[in-house]
Write a protein that binds this ligand. Structure first.
Ligand SMILES: Cc1cc2nc3c(=O)[nH]c(=O)nc-3n(C[C@H](O)[C@H](O)[C@H](O)COP(=O)(O)O)c2cc1C
Length: 159
């Protein structure tokens, strides 16, 4: 049987629990945001973060063009669904947010967020690694965190 490695990689990654966040920015006068499971810290000194954007869907475009972006840690399935599946133009009509000094939207539901200035963008395969340098970090409240596992958001059971 021929093994399709691209499908195999998807199957393997579905079995790997991943944190989820909503990355947001302002682009061409519009607010933009998407759910990602690829957010991670990259360096502590300097304080760098990254996420990976799907170039085949154009998900990289707003972020490679904007000087800043925010990473919102969210524990609401509804908000995560909104920023993964709802039409891009209506997403911010469904959530509460405020604008940072840089003009990037911060989701009011976020239990923590950071604001980063955009750094390197590295195109690899059909995705792009978007790097940012954290300029502000805010821990708003205690979370009830979710992870993405086997194509669903699952609650983390804390002892
Ligand atoms: C759990 C989850 C994680 C996702 N992670 C990413 C990601 O890391 N990078 C990415 O480009 N898209 C990711 N997506 C897809 C984007 O959220 C989606 O393509 C984006 O919101 C644009 O919406 P559209 O594809 O309907 O235009 C993810 C979707 C889900 C449900």
């Amino acid at each position: 049987m021929e093994i399709n490695l691209s499908e195999g990689l998807r199957d393997l990654m579905r079995r790997y629990p991943q944190g989820v966040a909503v990355v947001t920015t302002e682009w061409k006068g519009k607010l933009v945001g998407m759910t990602v499971n690829t957010f991670n810290s990259l360096s502590l000194n300097p304080p760098l973060v990254l996420f990976i954007a799907d170039r085949s869907r154009g998900n990289d475009l707003p972020f490679r063009d904007s000087p800043s972006f925010a990473v919102n840690l969210v524990d609401s399935r509804e908000v995560l669904d909104t920023f993964a599946t709802k039409p891009v133009e209506t997403r911010f009509q469904e959530v509460k947010y405020q604008l940072s000094d840089e003009g990037v939207p911060i989701l009011s539901d976020a239990y923590a967020y950071l604001i980063a200035t955009r750094g390197q963008v590295v195109d690899i395969g059909d995705h792009a690694i978007i790097v940012g340098e954290a300029k502000e970090v805010n821990l708003s409240r205690e979370p009830s965190p979710l992870v993405y596992y086997m194509r669903n958001y699952r609650k983390v059971c804390l002892p």
